[in-house]
Write a protein that binds this ligand. Structure first.
Ligand SMILES: [Zn+2]
Length: 512
């Protein structure tokens, strides 16, 4: 059968909860932080974007499938989403499904998998379940996810395929959308009957070692691809989880999509779940004290040295106002060649009042996350004032940090932003007129995503042992709602899931 005449409804949302960041992600916050697109805008590629939804459009075009766009909210990372911000997005997608129900051959949702609202811990399970209720049991429903998805049984039950990123740093948005849409086309053509088998593993780990180019994740990804070669298996997704979500049932999971073979799928999901569990100690993150890291960077003869302040990861929910490295740099009067980015709306305002060329003395850092950080005094000259709208490179997407000021003290350049800036690439530095590759020391606030951009030119990368809402020692964070036992909170836990026969997972394909 050909694909001609198929009609597919497309929608989605993308946001990651960090429960340790104060505040609420309101509709206004999401509008400013993200890039919500409605209707045909969802498939536009004028800015060179290559996200999941753009791949969906390209595959649809090749296959002669007509797409019915609804809305895609791209909201990055932050505190819990306001119920009244999620409601209209959900309603818009579901209204489209209801309106077109009789003509649809399939539904494609581009999700992220780690969003929660004030009253819903699993928004992706919620939307997939609601879609399934409208379309009935037989219509193919496929969804894409970030590798940091908080995979749940509800998602697995409701969808015919859960397809996830295979790279961290994430560079395969487009390929993920492509794989998902190709699966959906095959399902609509009747070539396959995809079904998801699912396994939750009782472990969680900070993002540093989710890196698919270094460390234990290399083997996990390779094993996932090997298992994908098993007969009947269509796709294997590893969800490492956004680790800073304080919701029940958090932890790694594996979703295996098979061609109508849930028993095989469950066996594969279990095998990979156990493979990950057996490597859990290797996912522990060991970091270097700030002073020691700075001494090593200063002593290095090769440059630049990247100091990763991963506890304040701005793409992991941190506000970017952590100033522990800046404090350490300022303790010393030496003329370090160093570049840093810090979120501080008040300090930005004062730089704008003072003007370019003015000498300023500012209190910087700690204004947004005072439970972790306190301000430090920075004296220097304002060398740049800039508008905060620009495009990030990874992914290519519009960003708005409102206003940017750069304060220079000797060889030190501190980029101050009014809103937190993603730091997976050099774009915020470039927007500020600062060229990190020329500095000897670069601060990045990222737990690993930055390595796609920085690995190629960094002489060394050192993870500094700071505190913050994206702390890599998860046991230091005030989790309250997670389901125990859970490794590493329960370090002696010796089974990756509750043994069969207990009140735990149900049978194959049940989305345990
Ligand atoms: Zn991610």
């Amino acid at each position: 059968m050909g694909s001609g005449g198929h009609r597919v409804l497309v929608g989605g949302f993308s946001h990651e909860l960090n429960s340790f960041v104060p505040g609420l992600s309101t509709a206004e916050v999401l509008a400013r932080a993200g890039a919500t697109v409605i209707g045909d805008e969802m498939f536009g590629t004028a800015s060179g974007e290559a996200l999941e939804r753009h791949a969906v459009a390209d595959v649809a075009r090749e296959a002669g499938v007509t797409l019915i766009p609804t809305i895609h909210m791209f909201g990055r990372v932050g505190p819990v989403i306001a119920d009244d911000a999620y409601g209209p997005i959900r309603a818009r997608i579901l209204a489209g499904v209801r309106e077109h129900r009789d003509e649809l051959s399939g539904v494609m949702l581009c999700l992220h998998g780690a969003m929660a609202t004030q009253s819903i811990d699993d928004t992706e399970g919620d939307i997939l379940g609601a879609v399934r209720e409208i379309v009935g049991p037989d219509l193919p429903v496929v969804a894409t996810f970030d590798m940091h998805a908080h995979g749940t049984a509800a998602m697995a039950r409701a969808a015919n395929a859960l397809v996830g990123y295979r790279t961290c740093p994430h560079t395969d948005y487009y390929q993920t959308g492509q794989r998902a849409m190709r699966l959906l086309v095959r399902a609509m053509d009747g070539d396959i009957r995809p079904v998801v088998s699912f396994r939750k593993v009782r472990m969680t780990a900070s993002s540093e070692h989710h890196d698919t180019n270094h460390g234990p994740m290399v083997e996990v990804e390779a094993e996932a691809r090997r298992l994908e070669g098993e007969p009947g298996v269509l796709d294997v997704a590893v969800f490492a989880t956004q680790p800073w979500m304080d919701v029940p049932d958090i932890g790694w999971s594996v979703a295996v999509t098979t061609d109508g073979a849930p028993a095989i799928g469950q066996a594969v999901a279990d095998a990979l779940g156990r493979f990950i569990w057996e490597r859990r100690e290797r996912f522990r993150v060991v970091k270097t004290p700030v002073r020691e890291a700075l001494a090593a960077a200063r002593a290095s003869t090769a440059f630049p040295v990247v100091l990763a302040d991963s506890a304040d990861t701005t793409t992991g929910g941190g506000n970017g106002d952590g100033n522990l490295l800046l404090k350490e740099l300022l303790l010393d009067e030496r003329d370090d060649s160093a570049v840093l980015v810090l979120t501080d709306p008040g300090a930005v305002d004062r730089c704008f009042e003072a003007g370019v060329g003015a000498d300023v003395t500012l209190q910087v850092g700690g204004s947004l996350t005072p439970q972790y950080f306190s301000p430090v005094t920075l004296s220097g000259s304002v060398i740049t004032l800039a508008d905060g709208r620009y495009q990030t490179e990874l992914p290519i997407t519009p960003t708005d940090v409102r206003r940017i000021a750069v304060v220079e003290r000797g060889g030190l350049r501190v980029v101050l932003t009014a809103e937190k800036a993603p730091q997976l690439d050099e774009s915020i530095y470039h927007r500020a007129g600062v060229w990190p590759r020329h500095a000897r020391i670069i601060q990045v606030k990222s737990a690993g995503g930055f390595r796609a951009a920085y690995d190629p030119f960094a002489a060394a990368i050192i993870y500094i042992d700071t505190i913050g809402p994206a702390d890599s020692d998860l046991t230091r964070l005030p989790f309250q709602r997670i389901t125990r036992p859970l490794w590493p909170f329960d370090p002696d836990l010796d089974e990756p899931w509750e043994a069969a026969g207990g009140p735990g997972p149900a049978g194959p394909g049940a989305g345990a």
